[in-house]
Design a protein around this ligand. Structure first.
Ligand SMILES: [Zn+2]
Ligand SMILES: [Zn+2]
Length: 155
């Protein structure tokens, strides 16, 4: 490790009040946490690992960034101004490194992310079920009333 890298790591600071961040875990993934406000920096990799805890990786998560705009918060990693966006159209706002290196989560926002993804997963399984029934009805035209009632109850 070069001296330059060491210096850069020591200088990772909170985007809110500039406190030096400390190694920590967020939803079980490695992060750098502010001891004052409990905000946390997650690398892109750690962030997606947190998402995958609540959402099967094989399902389509859809668009993540809505209404993205620049802020005047310096990124803890590169020092450039972070961008802020509405996470997956929910009321939750998250800040990101403009170079795609990682994300900043305020205290408790990892829980909001998981809740938002659980909502989406429920929505997707509902519409997948509806589509299945529709195809079955269209294909044969032979689906009995009883079968349709059963499928309504997920049997
Ligand atoms: Zn802080
Ligand atoms: Zn950055």
């Amino acid at each position: 490790m070069t001296t330059e890298q060491e210096t850069q790591q020591q200088e990772m600071r909170c985007i809110e009040e500039g406190t030096v961040l400390e190694p920590s875990k967020t939803s079980g993934e490695p992060s750098m946490r502010c001891p004052v406000c409990s905000g946390a920096w997650l690398t892109d990799e750690a962030f997606h690992a947190v998402e995958d805890k609540s959402f099967p990786p094989e399902m389509v998560k859809g668009q993540m960034r809505y209404g993205e705009h620049p802020t005047d918060h310096p990124c803890p990693h590169c020092g450039e101004h972070m961008t802020r966006f509405r996470y997956r159209g929910h009321g939750l706002e998250i800040e990101a490194c403009p170079n795609g290196v990682g994300y900043w989560l305020d205290h408790g926002e990892d829980r909001h992310i998981k809740d938002a993804l659980k909502d989406r997963r429920r929505g997707l399984s509902r519409s997948a079920g509806a589509q299945r029934d529709w195809h079955r009805t269209r294909r044969g035209g032979s689906v009995s009333i009883m079968d349709r009632i059963k499928s309504l109850f997920g049997r």
